[in-house]
Design a binder for this molecule. Structure first.
Ligand code: GCO
Length: 264
């Protein structure tokens, strides 16, 4: 049974893998045996990421590349293939969010979020698929969101992008399942990260943030998730244990999507 989850000999690329969810997934996939490559947007972040992986006992390969730039992504994949090997596992994790009421959201704001959260996974997937097809196998994991299913005020661009990422996941499944490539998504619930800090930070009077209280009332687990909660699902979707799972969005949300919420 253990061999089903063994990633020894596999090469993983995690976009935005220098910190937060991407970093946690990188360490987790490494602990399952994978060789970890990650990109980020600047040399300082790359160096911090490499130091953090080393601190966690992982000798990762870090690269600076803009995932929205197709030429830069092609060069990144080529460099990884030269220096490390053909990518077996792609985690499209890099993402941004802008929390702005829709009527105050500019087209530029909207386009920027869609560019990073939806167009970039298309670009990076397109760059790694030929190598996977040549190998006769591959795993693509798209970091979706609860906003792939639900909307809420101020996240119109993010929800549109993450909804699109759900359908891109299903389309890659449809087009490349026959090449033994599995493309699935992970849909994190509300996870305690820097990105959600503004939603749960203590109020000036020391009380809980209203959104924090709201999420706790909507989550059967009664807590925010941690990045570690996402590692097991990622190892599963990156491993042979999921070879007949395709086009699926695995929600790791403490049950929030299944629950109407605690009666006030
Ligand atoms: C928000 C949050 C969410 C979470 C996550 C949920 O503003 O509602 O940032 O979008 O980050 O995406 O799955």
């Amino acid at each position: 049974m253990n061999n089903l989850f063994d990633l020894t000999g596999k090469i993983a690329l995690i976009t935005g893998g220098a910190h937060s969810i991407g970093f946690a997934l990188g360490v987790g996939l490494a602990q399952a045996g994978a060789v970890i490559c990650f990109n980020c947007s600047n040399p300082e972040s790359r160096d911090r990421g490499l130091a953090a992986y080393r601190e966690a006992g992982v000798e990762a390969h870090g690269y600076v590349a803009d995932v929205t730039d197709e030429e830069a992504v092609r060069a990144l994949v080529e460099q990884i293939q030269q220096e490390v090997g053909v990518i077996d596992i792609l985690v499209n994790n890099a993402g941004v969010i802008k929390r702005i009421p829709m009527l105050e959201t500019t087209v530029e704001d909207f386009a920027k979020v869609v560019d990073v959260d939806l167009v970039a996974p298309f670009i990076v997937s397109k760059a790694v698929l030929p190598g996977m097809i040549a190998k006769g196998r591959g795993k693509i994991i798209n970091i979706c969101s609860m906003m792939s299913e639900l909307g809420r005020e101020t996240v119109s661009a993010y929800a549109a992008a993450k909804g699109g990422l759900k359908m891109l996941t299903r389309n890659i499944c449809s087009e490349f399942g026959g090449a033994n490539i599995q493309c699935n998504g992970i849909g994190p619930g509300y996870i305690a990260t820097q990105q959600t800090e503004p939603l749960r930070c203590r109020q000036p009077d020391g009380s809980r943030h209203p959104f924090d209280q709201f999420i706790l009332s909507k989550t059967p687990a009664g807590r925010w998730g941690t990045t570690d909660d996402l590692v097991g699902p990622a190892v599963f979707l990156a491993s042979d244990a999921s070879n007949f799972v395709n086009g699926h969005i695995l929600y790791v949300d403490g049950g929030i999507l299944a629950y109407i919420g605690k009666q006030p």
